[in-house]
Design a protein around this ligand. Structure first.
Ligand code: LIP
Length: 267
């Protein structure tokens, strides 16, 4: 499998999607609700269409899982199944409100394991990328996680799901414990960028429950390739099928797990 060729196509697709995001930014005339606060805009749809068109032109038989159009098979054989996992606009709420914190996230999974990840921030053009076992890059320069070794000296990032369901008590309890323990907490609203900021050492850990595969698949690989530990809240290895994600610089991971562990009776 030529992973470098897959990455080149992912980068080309991301830049094509970014053209749509820049063209529509601040000019939306319709914002549609997928849920109570879960939005979709014509920018999401236009970006996704461009991204998928680039992928299909190079790899017509690969599978695709995209946030807005769902799963579409390319018919490739069960063996060596290749799937592109796409968030055409991560940070849709920010985007719809004119807050320039959003990104395009594209991962390529082979037999369910992410081997290529690309996250492009169209504002300023920061391109985060990784190929499994080849490290993580920001605009072609290697990046590594931070060396902070205490939560009390850490800048943390978190996010909240669109639907809290029966998780409200646990989400608030985790946030409360971390705000009492950390140097600072940010809620930026784009999981792919949150993961890349841990990878680049700009934040020391990021946690969130309720993410979808397209939010995290690329960013989790980029973070791991930069030296991050990425697990669920129990310390089990994270995959994009997990409902909980903790990514840290590894030095504070154990301390973070103790802050995020909620006894079942208090959930
Ligand atoms: C968003 C994530 C964010 C999370 C939001 C939402 P979207 O993805 O990037 O971290 O807190 O609830 O899931 O919907 O903008 O692609």
């Amino acid at each position: 499998m030529d992973l470098a060729a897959l990455q080149r196509t992912a980068v080309k697709a991301a830049f094509q999607g970014a053209v749509e995001l820049r063209n529509h930014f601040g000019k939306l005339d319709t914002v549609t609700k997928k849920g109570r606060i879960d939005l979709v805009t014509q920018a999401d749809l236009a970006s996704e269409a461009k991204i998928i068109a680039v992928i299909r032109s190079h790899y017509p038989d690969h599978d695709v899982l995209a946030e807005e159009s769902g799963a579409s098979g390319g018919g490739n054989s069960a063996a060596n199944l290749v799937r592109w996992v796409i968030d055409p606009l991560d940070g849709t709420t920010n985007y719809a409100h004119g807050l320039p914190i959003f990104a395009i996230s594209i991962a390529v999974e082979v037999d369910t394991e992410a081997l290529v990840g690309v996250v492009l921030n169209p504002n300023g053009g920061e391109l985060f990328s990784a190929i499994k076992a080849h490290g993580a890059l920001l605009n072609d320069r290697p990046i590594r996680v931070s060396r902070t070794d205490a939560v009390s000296e850490s800048l943390l990032i978190t996010g909240f799901p669109y639907e809290w369901g029966d998780q409200r008590t646990a989400i608030i309890e985790r946030f409360s414990r971390c705000v009492d323990s950390a140097r600072g907490i940010r809620r930026l609203g784009a999981a792919a960028l949150d993961l890349c900021y841990v990878a680049a050492g700009r934040a020391d850990a990021y946690w969130e429950a309720g993410l979808k595969p397209w939010d995290s698949a690329a960013g989790a690989l980029i973070a791991r390739e930069a030296g991050a530990m990425v697990t669920d809240f129990s310390g089990r290895e994270y995959t994009d099928r997990c409902s909980e994600l903790l990514a840290s610089n590894s030095h504070i991971h154990t301390e973070m797990l103790s802050l995020l562990q909620i006894a079942k009776e208090t959930r």
